[in-house]
Design a protein around this ligand. Structure first.
Ligand SMILES: [Zn+2]
Length: 445
């Protein structure tokens, strides 16, 4: 109980402005798959850069972080978040969203472009990057739209968007509308060497669906979204991508079949990666009975068999990354009825690590090493960014977490501006202790 109180009362989110200071992280279990590090090391940071990783470093530092019993990981990278700014500030702002990110251990996040307006022009990418740099919490790696307004008609100026700082393309919230548009976008993305991230859904199959099509949708008398809606689109994308040879990234896989399709495609040598969300590896559509609209997401929470398939995909490397799909919605929006008007999405930045540790690591399904790959190394590689490692000379983006600290998640004390989470009140084992971005401690428990 004391630990819980300290989490809610003393936690601190600090902006990164201010003078650089040197930092020494002592005695932690350093895990960095990219650097083949797995053991007890000290880590020193100066001028925002990692200076030394070695047993027993004794240099003077402005601040010493005692990390005995904790894991020292390269900073987590979230490939899929919605920060709602511009246009959706009633639900989240860059500042509150990035506060939630660092509280969740994320040192970099990739916001999806489905804001108002849609991020489909270079000026919008630049504005978002400039504003997030002023805020100075987690880094923002923007994802730009594939098509103007994400309407699926005309391609955006992909080279100009990359020149402005976009790290990937997506029409998330919806799929790239047609196979023809997808092919053209993939051809340009291949030349630019950036991934195209698709939200795989066939709207003609899911149309007015609200939750997973199954026992629960029948019981509640609401329209269901069948698994086939996702599967058909994943198959389309993989076939088109196999012909083009670009880097396709499948967002939030949620069905048995789509995990199988990605696994098969990887065996065939298709250049594909994919992500899974904590809610899809944790909850089934039964959660809708208890949580109503707070468990309404797209893709929907599926069956127990699908959850098992997603977990198996995480275990065998078919799934490359854990992404939160953090999707805040203000209470006045989410309180609308499940079947009519409540938007899809749940907040996930602050529970991602706790759920991954509780559901995957402490159950023996994956190792801590694999968890760090899924939350840091692999997502950084997917967007071709020099993060996700603890190499001398690299930017000092570091997440320190205690894999054994138990705490209770309360949306009321969360950093997000919104409260829409089915995990409110959940007891989780594993918590972020400190988040360091560019050598500055931006979050501490
Ligand atoms: Zn999506």
């Amino acid at each position: 109980m004391a630990k819980e109180e300290s989490r809610t009362s003393k936690t601190e989110v600090r902006a990164t402005q201010g003078p650089m200071s040197s930092l020494l992280i002592k005695g932690g279990h350093v895990i960095s798959p990219e650097d083949h590090l797995d053991g007890e090391f000290d880590l020193s940071v100066e001028d925002g850069v990692i200076r030394q990783v070695a047993p027993q470093i004794s240099v003077a530092a402005d601040e010493v972080l005692e990390a005995t019993g904790k894991v020292v990981s390269p900073g987590f990278v979230d490939l899929h978040v919605h920060l709602r700014e511009p246009g959706g500030e009633v639900s989240e702002t860059l500042e509150t969203g990035l506060g939630a990110a660092v509280a969740g251990g994320f040192t970099a996040v990739c916001p999806m472009p489905n804001t108002k307006p849609v991020i489909d022009r270079p000026e919008l990418v630049q504005a978002m990057m400039e504003k997030s740099q002023r805020i100075g919490l987690a880094r923002v790696l923007p994802i730009a739209a594939v098509s103007m307004g994400s309407q699926g008609e005309s391609l955006t100026d992909l080279p100009a968007l990359v020149a402005a700082g976009a790290v990937a393309f997506s029409d998330d919230g919806r799929p790239v509308k047609t196979a023809g548009l997808l092919k053209r976008a993939l051809e340009v993305a291949r030349e630019l060497n950036v991934p195209l991230m698709d939200h795989c859904e066939d709207p003609s199959l899911s149309s007015a669906g609200v939750i997973n099509e199954g026992e629960v949708s029948r019981q509640l008398g609401v329209r269901g979204i069948p698994s086939t809606s996702e599967d058909v689109c994943v198959a389309r994308d993989l076939i088109v991508d196999e012909a083009v040879g670009a880097h396709l990234h499948v967002c939030h896989v949620s069905t048995t079949r789509s995990v199988e399709l990605v696994r098969l495609a990887k065996r065939r040598g298709v250049r594909v990666t994919c992500e899974a969300t904590p809610h899809h590896f944790t909850l089934t559509d039964q959660a809708v009975l208890e949580h109503g609209a707070d468990a309404k997401v797209n893709p929907p929470l599926r069956s127990a068999q699908d959850v098992e398939a997603v977990v198996a995909g995480l275990q065998d490397g078919t799934v490359d990354a854990i992404a939160s799909d953090h999707a805040p919605h203000a209470p006045e929006l989410k309180s609308k009825p499940l079947g009519s008007g409540s938007p899809f999405g749940l907040i996930g930045l602050e529970t991602a690590l706790g759920l991954a540790l509780t559901r995957l690591v402490h159950t023996g399904k994956i190792s801590l090493w694999h968890l760090v790959s899924l939350m840091s190394t692999n997502p950084a590689r997917i967007v071709n960014q020099p993060y996700g490692r603890l190499k001398v000379g690299a930017a000092a983006d570091v997440t320190i977490f205690d894999p054994h600290l138990e705490w209770t998640y309360r949306t009321a004390t969360g950093r997000s501006k919104s409260r829409n989470s089915p995990f409110d009140g959940w007891r989780l084992k594993g918590a972020v202790i400190s988040t360091i971005v560019g050598g500055r401690v931006v979050y501490r428990l």
